[in-house]
Design a protein around this ligand. Sequence first.
Ligand code: GDP
Ligand code: MG
Length: 598
Amino acid sequence: MDPKRIRNFSIIAHIDHGKSTIADRMLEVTGTIDKRVMKEQVLDNLELERERGITIKSVPVRMDYTAPDGERYVLNLIDTPGHVDFGYEVSRSLAACEGALLVVDAAQGVEAQTLANAYKAIDLDLEIVPVLNKIDLPSARPDEIRKEIEDVVGLDASNAVLASAKNGIGIDEALAQLVALVPPPTGEAEGPLRALVFDSVYDNYRGIICYIRVVDGEIKAGDSVLFMATGRRYTVEEVGAFKPKLTPMESLGVGEVGYITASIKTLDEARVGDTLTLNDRPAKTPLPGYQMVKPVVYCGFYPVDREEYPQLRDALEKLKLNDASLEFEPENSTALGFGFRCGFLGLLHMDITRERLQREFDVQLVATAPNVVYRIVTKKGKEIEAHRPSDYPEVGDVDSVSEPYIRLTVYVPSDYVGKVMQLSQEKRGVFVSMDYLTPERARAVYDIPLAEFIVDYYDRLQSVSRGYASLDYEPVGFRESDLVKVDVLINHDPVDAFSFICHQDDAYHRGHSAVKKLKDLIPRQMFEVPIQASVGKKVIVRSNVKALRKDVLAKCYGGDITRKRKLLEKQKKGKDKMKMIGKVSIPPDAFMSFLDMD
Ligand code: GDP
Ligand code: MG
């Protein structure tokens, strides 16, 4: 295949601006998928993705296209995941392209992900073709939005395609501009093979399928290949392209996008961002930008029905097959029994995983409150990475604690700027900058602790801005904070699943609400049950569940006073005994409700 006839591109957009609809129309126009068999949004294949309207996994498609000048081209459309949690995968998908279609809703204008993704594309030197979509809407303001793209993103939008994906308008024009403006791939046809693994998925029958973009050289079935980051070697079994069904080919050469299979068993062996080369004639340097992704948010998953632990384990193992960034390990809690501590790339990743476990695998579960990773240095100079509150050392042993921060960029109508600033400060945000994109739209930038962000920042932002704000964030490393671990004790016993780590200033407030919640959930016992929140040995909040005075006299009719006295004594003894054991009988749903209320 002559690289001059290839165009590799992605579509980038803020959510709901029309990326999937444009992709669908392109598949129709190029005849890649028959209009009659076209399901809406073919590229979003997970049920959940359709429902939430987000793209989690990139699915590339190869289209044959005849340009207005009669020349034939191969267009590879590489879809990118649509959420900040998957930022690294977005970058790798974009790295497989020379160009990107930047879709902006002509009524809404530039939003957080428009800019975040556009910057990723600009960083990778991609040619960007702007498209103003939804021009059919009465509220469309193409001229204003064109100017916004120029002012805010810094791109020339004078020739931006005017499109209505809904009505099929502007699709031909977008394809024609892609061919005219996006440069063809360049690479060393004779050089040693270098191919970027921009995604990999698990298939029941074939094992791992690696999605690759060849940069230099050529790859074909039978080749012995090496993954440069993991150092693993395999023999290629099949090479092919996405049409969009997997279609075997002789070989893939410079600039081509396709897949390989090689009896690879797990995703860990074929990681996104790795470089494939030939075993016998390896490239000297891998392609740039490989990064090991690590979970940033952790929580415990426990089956509601304790008997379902094995199902939960099997389900997690199955999900892991297709999700290299999901981590889990067995965990045991006195309150919740056996479960798993799971690590995620972010909150959405966590939510999706939880929903899939319940829907696709039918495992009902409770999730403990999510926490971030903390780095603790002890007085003895030991460094600890805490993935859960119980990893936290005794208060007296802690020298310093650091927590991950993110740089948060919020786009919001000017009227709501004050509210956004107030919210960000309340979340321990450190002000970075503030500017106006237009007189009506502002951009505020804060560095805030990830832990504060994950609690409810997004929901509260939407509520203070009436849904008009959009945001994006990137990690900016660990920073030292005054953090403490708060334990929650029932009848003097700390309940592991309820411990949490928070800023010193919030310890009382959060401890108080935990104690209050529990007090309402724990049924009265035969004795008084103290509920406490403590930092180390110091109790900071205390409340009591009052004793239930069992009416032992109810059954004694008449007036045998000695019998009454005996019974009262027995009851008192019973009380003492229970107190001695110190065991409070709490229905398991109380724990579940406690955690679910968060
Ligand atoms: P994505 O999140 O960027 O993939 O956006 P979708 O393609 O899922 O589109 C989001 C919503 O906008 C859907 O309800 C589409 O039907 C609608 N939509 C997409 N393109 C157009 C358009 O040109 N005009 C109008 N009126 N609606 C559109
Ligand atoms: Mg979509």
